[in-house]
Structures are given as structure tokens and as C-alpha cells.
Design a protein around this ligand. Structure first.
Ligand SMILES: Nc1nc(=O)c2c([nH]1)NC[C@@H]1CN(c3ccc(C(=O)N[C@@H](CCC(=O)O)C(=O)O)cc3)C=[N+]21
Ligand SMILES: [Mg+2]
Length: 281
């Protein structure tokens, strides 16, 4: 058996064309959506993600507003950039690219974002709304994972999902999304304290690997036919290394590769959040 590829890159292209009409409507009504990004420092990975996000915006017709700050920017400098985007009517949604350089207080920055312009869904108010089941912008990577599974008709209702990683951008909010009544999955959230990771993965119909440990999910751990989504990003000398070993696709029913799987879906959901923010503004 060889797995069906969950092609995030192709799905991003589809979503970009779907969003075009909504963006045109907003522009015609005099309310064009605009995505802001705040990038601090010179990390090549972060720079390349931010570049890609603005390239996507150009394809959909979303205006781009970039605030690039040097790596020695102070907390006050970053907060000033946030205040400016909060006040800028051309910016309907924005993100602060994480991680911030050492010494900056990311939580204080996230809390300063206007929750109505929070395109990442990472403001504490919006995470709280997610917990409460209220409408809110959803974190992009978890939303992208759910959307990718939906488009490939991978069933979630009643499914056992094992998530590796409890970080605030992926694992923890993903557990909240998947256990909503609309998804109805049973979620096991694994982390460095998990006693028998292989057993937790082996029990799963869907595995989401966001541990950041190259090759931590191996073929012998995967239930035949399961869906395995690789969200791990480690940078090796030859490029991105995912969490999922190459031979998993001989056992799995579906594989979201890395690159080409969940990463582009994260960008697709950022665009979707920005359009939704503009529609609600
Ligand atoms: N405030 C904030 N929001 C984020 O959503 C956020 C963030 N900070 N910090 C970093 C992570 C990571 N992330 C990715 C986005 C796109 C790809 C992506 O498009 N990857 C391509 C390849 C990209 C490449 O080759 O460098 C792919 O997987 O095919 C990956 C990862 C968003 N993040
Ligand atoms: Mg994200």
C-alpha cells in the first residue's frame, strides 16, 4: 500500500482561487482586506515564511503591509509597530511572526494585538473564545490541518487522533478544534512526558506530528491505513527535516508531507482569516 498524499500546496492554490471572489467583493464595497506582518530580526526561516505570506496576498488581491524591525528592536519598538497596525484602517488583520528574538516578551506583544485584527487567532481573548465554543479567528495551523483532512474526506467523527506536541501554535489549540462537536474526534495530546509514545501512535486513526524531532514517527508505530500529518520543522544541512520517517508512506493510508503538506495550509488559513476579519469589520 502506498499512501495518498494530502497535497497542501495544491489545496492552497485552490483556496487562493476560491478567495479571489470574496476579496473582489470587499474591494468593490470599499473595504479591501489588508494583511499586516511584524517581523523582528534576521532568522532566515521567519523571513522566508513572511515573504511567502506576502506573495500569497498578491495572488489573492489582498493588500500587504510589512513592518520589519531589526534584531536589536526593543519591546517598546515592537509594541509601537503593533499599536500602529491596530490604528491603521488599511490593515484588517495581522500577525506578529514568532518566535521573537530572545529578551522580547511575546505574550505581552500578542496581548496588545486588537483581538478583532488577530489573523493568527493567538490573542488570549480569541484562544478563550475557542475554549468557550464562541466564534473567533482560529489558529492557522490547526485550522489548516482540519481543512486539509476535510477536503480529502478523511473521517474525524469518532476517530482517534494522536497529536505529538503541546505548543501554543499547533498541538494545544488543535486538541480544542478536534474535540468540538463539529469534528467530534477523540484526541490524545502527547509530549516529552508521554510514557509509551509508540503505543499512543499505534492506536491512532490520525497522527499529527508537531514535536520538532526529526523522524520521531516511524513506520512500525503507524496503524495500517492511518492518516499521518507531518508538521515538525527542524532545519538540517540539506533543508527541512520533518517528524515523520520516509517509509511511513508504505504503511499509512494518507500522508501530509513536509514540505508540501500542512505548511501551505497554514498560509491558506491565514488568508482565509484575513478575508473573514475584513468581512466582519
Ligand atoms: N505568528 C506566527 N504565525 C504563524 O503561523 C507562524 C509563526 N508565527 N511562526 C512560524 C510558524 C511556522 N509557519 C509556517 C508557515 C508556512 C510554512 C510553509 O509554507 N512551508 C512550505 C515550505 C516553506 C519553505 O520551504 O521554507 C511547505 O511546507 O511546503 C511553514 C510554516 C507559520 N508559523
Ligand atoms: Mg501557525
Amino acid at each position: 500500500m502506498t499512501a495518498t498524499i494530502l497535497d497542501g500546496k495544491a489545496t492552497l492554490a485552490t483556496i487562493i482561487s476560491e478567495l479571489g471572489e470574496r476579496v473582489a467583493k470587499l474591494a468593490a464595497a470599499g473595504r479591501p482586506p489588508g494583511l499586516g506582518t511584524v517581523l523582528v530580526g534576521e532568522d532566515p526561516g521567519s523571513q522566508s515564511y513572511v515573504r511567502a505570506k506576502h506573495r500569497d496576498c498578491a495572488k489573492v488581491g489582498i493588500e500587504s503591509i510589512r513592518r520589519d524591525l531589526p534584531s536589536d528592536a526593543t519591546q517598546a519598538d515592537v509594541e509601537r509597530a503593533v499599536d500602529e497596525l491596530n490604528a491603521d484602517p488599511a490593515c484588517t488583520g495581522y500577525i506578529v511572526q514568532l518566535p521573537l528574538p530572545k529578551g522580547l516578551d511575546a505574550n505581552a506583544v500578542l496581548e496588545r494585538i486588537d483581538p478583532d485584527k488577530d489573523a493568527d487567532g493567538l490573542h488570549p481573548t480569541n484562544l478563550g473564545r475557542l475554549v468557550l465554543g464562541e466564534t473567533a479567528p482560529l489558529p492557522c495551523t490547526p485550522r489548516g490541518i482540519v481543512e486539509l483532512l476535510r477536503r480529502y474526506e478523511v473521517p474525524l467523527d469518532g476517530a482517534k487522533v494522536t497529536v505529538l506536541g503541546r505548543g501554543i501554535t499547533v498541538g494545544r489549540p488543535l486538541g480544542l478544534l478536534l474535540t468540538r462537536r463539529s469534528e467530534n474526534a477523540t484526541v490524545t495530546l502527547c509530549h516529552t512526558g508521554t510514557r509509551d509514545l509508540a503505543a499512543e501512535v499505534r492506536a491512532a486513526d490520525v497522527v499529527v506530528a508537531a514535536a520538532g524531532v526529526p523522524g520521531i514517527v516511524t513506520a512500525d508505530m503507524v496503524k495500517p491505513g492511518a492518516a499521518v500529518l507531518d508538521v515538525g520543522v527542524s532545519r538540517g544541512p540539506d533543508g527541512i527535516l520533518g517528524d515523520v520517517a520516509e517509509d511511513v508512506r508504505e504503511v499509512a493510508g494518507f500522508v501530509a508531507p513536509n514540505p508540501g503538506g500542512v505548511g501551505p495550509m497554514t498560509r491558506a488559513m491565514l488568508l482565509t482569516n484575513v478575508v473573514e476579519r475584513a468581512e466582519r469589520a
